[in-house]
Design a protein around this ligand. Structure first.
Ligand SMILES: Nc1ncnc2c1ncn2[C@@H]1O[C@H](COP(=O)(O)OP(=O)(O)O)[C@@H](O)[C@H]1O
Ligand SMILES: [Mg+2]
Length: 264
């Protein structure tokens, strides 16, 4: 059984890409078969794993062909995956920005990722698929949420994080996303970039009570996260200390939340 989880928030900079990267890497280290799909034209996730197809190819069509784009348009299959850190990656490219325009001209394409990932699911190649999204409530986010079984919200313990978390939760549980994809369930969120302040702890308590718990807390670590990006290495591979431990604990909590315990 393949479980598809979209990592989402309309808020930018809340650690969506870091969460998608590090949780996937942690689960891969535990022996799970992982496919990571970058659906954000900014391609931070792909670049932070050392895959930059816009650098690789001079021709925009060639970089677009490496992404989910052709499968969403219905003009091609999903691309060949890139193997990085024990997981498979479908990278993004700046050319995915054009997909947003195509989606506007033909709204039926919004099911394109769902169809493509359903085909992957039928092959039983992966235990978990993670989809990273761009910070929007627009068509690209809808595309990614339509394709998913679960949505995972990274929420920093502050007002902006809490507002985004409550809003998306309402959309998934009874709003538009629920109507479009009634099977979509929200996971307990991950608290991200948590500073060691009283105010952050108050917000954390509020988030915990709103969602009935969390998958765990990632502390604000300005020494570690920028260097994960710079060195194009997921945190569980870069750090052997507390940073790694908190990511591995979140991976365990994720497995518990989805009730899968297939550690070989
Ligand atoms: N726990 C953390 N501590 C410090 N910096 C972090 C942490 N998590 C993420 N960051 C940094 O915050 C920025 C935004 O993270 P990113 O994952 O790109 O967010 P998003 O995908 O939501 O836009 C990046 O520069 C990243 O390195
Ligand atoms: Mg991102």
């Amino acid at each position: 059984m393949t479980l598809i989880t979209t990592v989402h928030s309309y808020a930018g900079g809340v650690a969506k890409s870091a969460t998608a990267r590090d949780l996937s890497a942690a689960l891969a280290l535990m022996g799970h078969r992982i496919l990571l799909v970058d659906a954000d034209h900014q391609a931070d996730l792909s670049v932070s794993l050392g895959v930059d197809v816009d650098e690789e190819f001079a021709n925009a069509d060639d970089s677009f062909a490496c992404t989910i784009g052709p499968a969403v348009l219905g003009t091609g299959a999903l691309p060949k995956v890139r193997e990085v850190y024990g997981l498979d990656l479908i990278p993004s490219s700046i050319t995915l920005y054009n997909l947003e325009k195509e989606l506007k001209s033909d709204v039926s394409m919004v099911v394109g990722l769902r169809y493509a990932l359903d085909e992957i699911r039928a092959l039983n190649l992966y235990d978990f698929v993670f989809v990273d999204t761009n910070p929007t409530l627009g068509d690209m986010a809808t595309l990614a949420l339509l394709a998913a079984d679960r949505v995972l919200l990274p929420i920093p313990p502050n007002r902006k994080g809490l507002r985004a978390g409550s809003f998306i939760r309402a959309r998934v549980e009874k709003g538009h996303y629920h109507r479009l994809n009634p099977g979509l369930k929200i996971l307990p969120p991950v608290i991200t970039q948590a500073p060691n302040t009283i105010l952050a702890r108050q917000y954390q308590a509020e988030i915990e009570s709103l969602f009935g718990g969390t998958l765990g807390v990632v502390r604000y670590r300005p020494g570690l996260y920028p260097s994960a990006m710079e060195r194009q290495t997921p945190v569980p591979f870069l750090d052997q200390g507390d940073g790694r431990a908190e990511v591995m604990a979140i991976a365990q909590a994720f497995l518990k939340a989805v009730e899968v315990a297939r550690v070989p």
